[in-house]
Design a protein around this ligand. Structure first.
Ligand SMILES: Nc1nc2c(c(=O)[nH]1)N[C@@H](CNc1ccc(C(=O)N[C@@H](CCC(=O)N[C@@H](CCC(=O)N[C@@H](CCC(=O)O)C(=O)O)C(=O)O)C(=O)O)cc1)CN2
Ligand SMILES: [Zn+2]
Length: 765
């Protein structure tokens, strides 16, 4: 019985690649240094999988930035603005596309399905001259072979690549991207031929778009593409891999009938319907790669249950055609539990990070083949049992309170326009009030203070003093800039989710559980293992401290329940909505304490509400209902005069605008400028919005400083579709990744733009 891994994290157990990349980008080390770190990481990963006994080990799942960008490089689809001269694509062109350079901005980055990973969106059109411009897949295959490991090279499949791309600037929005298949397939053929010549016997095409709601012509593109590749693929075993959800019935038919494909990979963790489809008919003589080990979470596999499932699959596809695999690439989980020396042993026994998942996959394969490692299985069964019965997991009071929420509705008693009137009487804000999203630059010094406090190198007193000074600096700056509603700058927070996870019961946190978010940037998702409650106020001290420094309103700053849920590793022993309701109740406690402490404006960020949207439309309504309900629960009981803000980043809200309205926040600040102001088109199309709204007036992801005119121009565009009395003026998102040298002038220009338009409005009254 064979074993397979879909893909593996690239950053390294201690984020070695991150530091090597950033040092290279800063000009502190050479390209050779970077390549050496990368080669060492790849080699240790291949060896680790080989030593564990994995039969089908992936290659080309490493990336210096992103696997979609690697495919763009392979196809030579470099947008003209990067002035690529042809030939093999080197670091300068590659990283310019990823990050921009002094004269050209980066390509767009967007969410990879419903994960917290971001990919670089290919920009394509009829004029792209595709050419085979990066031999990375072949080079990595050969590199592994040189180390004695025969791997399965992984490519993003041609159809998914096109479906994930967008028409380049200047190309019509309606341009049929799939029409480019004929142009990219010849390059795939070249790659395949080279891989064959190098000795590859398997190849893996990742086609995750097959789990989406595709239209008939999109499915036909798969049929056409693989028929076209069939003769090049002959002599190879070909795995078409899907993940993140089940494959819809129609797509399943198309997939399993693809020419030239000899193996199909499915996510059996998230794909709950796939099993029935397989039972309903799986092509004989083909391999089934059964993704039973969860690549999206950190829980140890329930090996006994998986073994059962695998045995029933064996009955369908035959013993020699079943391969044990992961549900998706392990890129989306933490790297190695071995480095968690501070987690207690009980919780640790419940967990498996990427390195441990590799061992699980292999143990399952061996067990199927009749070589069950009894000790390993019984230790696993004991851990499963301890997790089910541990008193640390259960808090009956929380369960009761959360259960009472289901099926009921929670709304503030007064409607939003009456609330806004009451709030305005108290706050007395000018028209077009200005504000920011929460965080101010996280300086090296600030990170040092937090680190030293965590490591107990400085006392609590010294820490509090340092953070207070930072807050004072941020408050003074905002007063100087004449911003209307202030923030404290979030200097005490490492991350907007991790910070709350560290203070809530039912959460554990790791020392090295980093997961790549984009490029060299990583997040350390907290682990929700039990019922969630809030033992103590979390932000009241810092918010009241900040409020005491100014007469202007100081926004309390919280992360909302849906975002905490979506950016954590969540329990898999209860539905997500139950966990979300529990977090909502904890945040509700915090909102009420902030109100009691005299904070009159409270922002509850729901940055990740959109990305949690299920991949399939049929599940949207259910998710949006409980997600929006959870948000409303956090602030249902407060006074009319307390103003609730929420913030969301990443556009594409147009399809869920009614749910956003249904959140019933008093004010929403929302990303807008980076996405060509797509957001405004909703209002142009007549959607009524009566609450306060602040579509971002400039992109904070870029170091570029927007001019007053440019911002004023943006605001005027908004005024064309939104009422004057509901519009706020603010940046797109928090400022933590920026430098003060950028933030000061940018905000200065933002405030002067708001003032100029106020004058203009007053004179036309
Ligand atoms: N959770 C989450 N998801 C999100 C976002 C977000 O803000 N949070 N934003 C969007 C974009 N994604 C982003 C993801 C990461 C970063 C980012 O800047 N990450 C930092 C890490 C931030 C962090 O938590 N730093 C900590 C820890 C510092 C640290 O690294 N400490 C040392 C030493 C620790 C010790 O001695 O104890 C280390 O481990 O190297 C801190 O600042 O306090 C990075 O990769 O560089 C930005 C945006 C989408 N998803
Ligand atoms: Zn944001």
């Amino acid at each position: 019985m064979a074993s397979h891994i879909v893909g593996y994290p690239r950053m390294g157990p201690k984020r070695e690649l991150k530091f090597a990349l950033e040092s290279f980008w800063d000009g502190k080390s050479s390209a050779e240094d970077l390549k050496k770190v990368a080669a060492d990481l790849r080699s240790s990963i291949w060896k680790q999988m080989a030593d564990a006994g994995i039969k089908y080990i992936p290659s080309n799942t490493f990336s210096y930035y992103d696997q979609v960008l690697d495919t763009t490089a392979m196809l030579g689809a470099v947008p003209a603005r990067y002035n690529w001269a042809g030939g093999e694509i080197a670091f300068d062109t590659y990283f310019s596309m990823a990050r921009g350079n002094a004269s050209v901005p980066a390509m767009e980055m967007t969410k990879w399905f419903d994960t917290n990973y971001h990919f670089i969106v290919p920009e394509l059109g009829p004029d792209v001259n595709f050419s085979y411009a990066s031999h990375k897949a072949v080079d990595e295959y050969k590199e592994a072979k040189g180390l004695g490991v025969d791997t399965v090279p992984v490519l993003i499949g041609p159809v998914s690549y096109l479906l994930l791309s967008k028409p380049a600037k200047g190309v019509e929005k309606s341009f049929p991207l799939l029409s480019l298949l004929d142009k990219i397939l010849p390059i795939y053929k070249e790659v395949i031929a080279e891989l064959k010549a190098a000795g590859a016997s398997w190849i893996q095409f990742d086609e995750p778009t097959l789990v989406l709601d595709l239209q008939a012509h999109q499915l036909e593109a798969f049929t056409k593409a693989y028929a076209e590749l069939e003769s090049s693929l002959s002599g190879l075993n070909v795995l078409t891999e899907t993940y993140f959800a089940d494959v819809p019935a129609e797509a399943f038919k198309t997939l399993t009938a693809l020419k030239g494909v000899t193996a199909f990979g499915f996510d059996l963790v998230r794909g709950t319907q796939t099993l029935d489809l397989i039972k309903g008919g799986f092509p004989s003589g083909k391999y089934l790669f059964a993704g039973v080990v969860d690549g999206r979470n950190i829980w140890a596999n329930d090996l006994a249950a998986s073994l059962n499932l695998l045995q029933s699959l064996e009955g369908i596809v035959g013993k020699d055609k079943l391969v044990v695999s992961t549900s998706c690439s392990l890129l989306h989980t933490a790297v190695d539990l071995v480095n968690e020396t501070k987690l207690d042993d009980e919780i640790k026994s419940w967990l498996a990070f990427a390195a441990q998942k590799v061992v699980e996959v292999n143990a399952l394969a061996k067990a199927l083949a009749g070589h069950k490692d009894e000790a390993f299985f019984s230790a696993n069964a004991a851990a499963q049992a301890s997790r089910k019965s541990s008193p640390r997991v259960t808090n009956e009071a929380v369960q009761k309170a959360a259960a009472a929420l289901k099926g009921s509705d929670h709304r503030r008693a007064t409607n939003v326009s009456a609330r806004l009137d009451a709030q305005q009487k108290k706050l007395n804000l000018p028209v077009l009030p200005t504000t920011t999203i929460g965080s101010f630059p996280q300086t090296v010094e600030l990170r040092r203070v937090r680190r030293e406090y965590k490591a107990k190198k400085i006392s609590e007193e010294e820490y509090v003093k340092a953070i207070k000074e930072e807050i004072k600096k941020v408050v003074d700056l905002q007063e100087e800039l004449d911003i209307d509603v202030l923030v404290h700058g979030e200097p005490e927070r490492n991350d907007m989710v991790e910070y709350f996870g560290e203070q809530l019961s039912g959460f554990a946190f790791t020392a090295n559980g980093w997961v790549q978010s984009y490029g060299s940037r990583c997040v350390k998702p907290p682990i929700i293992y039990g019922d969630v409650s809030r033992p103590n106020p979390m932000t009241v001290f810092w918010s009241t401290t900040a409020q005491s420094m100014t007469k202007r309103p100081m926004k309390g700053m919280l992360t909302g329940p849906v975002t905490i849920l979506n950016w954590s590793f969540v329990r898999n022993d209860q539905p997500r909505f139950e966990t979300c309701y529990q977090i909502a109740l904890a945040i509700k406690d915090e909102v009420e304490d902030l109100e009691k402490a005299g904070i009159t404006v409270i922002q509850i960020d729901e940055a990740a509400l959109r990305e949690g949207l299920p991949l399939r439309k049929a599940e949207h309504t259910f998710y949006l209902n409980w997600a929006v309900h959870s948000f409303r629960i956090t602030n249902v009981g407060i006074q009319d005069t307390t103003q609730i803000h929420t913030h969301m980043c990443y556009s594409n809200f147009n399809d869920i605008i009614h749910s956003i309205i249904d959140m019933d926040a008093d004010v929403i600040t929302i990303e807008n400028s980076r996405s060509d102001e797509k957001l405004l088109s909703v209002f142009r199309e007549g959607v009524k919005y009566g609450a306060g709204i602040g579509p971002g007036v400039y992109d904070i992801h870029s170091p570029r400083i927007p001019s007053t005119e440019e911002i004023a121009d943006r605001v005027n565009k908004m005024l064309a579709v939104l009422d004057t009395n509901i519009l706020w003026v603010n940046p797109d998102c928090g400022l933590k990744t920026r430098k003060y040298a950028e933030v000061k002038p940018a905000l200065e220009n933002m405030v002067s733009a708001a003032k100029a338009i106020r004058t203009q409005l007053a004179s036309t009254k």
